[in-house]
Design a protein around this ligand. Structure first.
Ligand SMILES: [Zn+2]
Length: 120
């Protein structure tokens, strides 16, 4: 047999080593398989990508605040201004629009609703 069989025990070991932040080549060495076999199995199991060992704040890092908002990023506000987690959508904006296509659609619906009620 060219590839080692993935018994439940071996899969459990793989997951444990993966969660221990061992390198793929080290995991492969312990399981007696290649690094590529480890990567392939990790991918098939859908194991979460491990963060780099550099410590970062998990949620905060993904938040787009005003100082990170670029010219071509969606400036749709998320949350209430003043909230600690208030931020902007930050998705790529639609051409010549301040928002991404999703938020353009929301903005369009809101504007239309308002004009319809004011006309009536
Ligand atoms: Zn958006």
């Amino acid at each position: 047999m060219s590839t080692a069989e993935w018994t439940p025990e071996r899969i459990a070991t793989l997951i444990a080593l993966w969660n221990d932040n061992l390198t793929t080549s080290e995991i492969g060495r312990q399981l007696g398989i290649t690094k590529n076999a480890v990567i392939g199995k990790v991918h098939r199991l859908g194991l979460p990508q491990r963060r780099p060992s550099v410590k970062e704040e998990p949620v905060e890092a993904d938040i787009i605040r005003l100082d990170r908002l670029g010219a071509n990023m969606c400036s749709w506000p998320v949350g209430n201004p003043g909230d600690r987690n208030f931020h902007f959508c930050g998705e790529p904006a639609a051409p010549n629009k301040p928002y991404c296509t999703r938020h353009c659609a929301v903005a369009y619906i809101r504007t239309r609703d308002r004009s319809e009620t004011s006309v009536a």
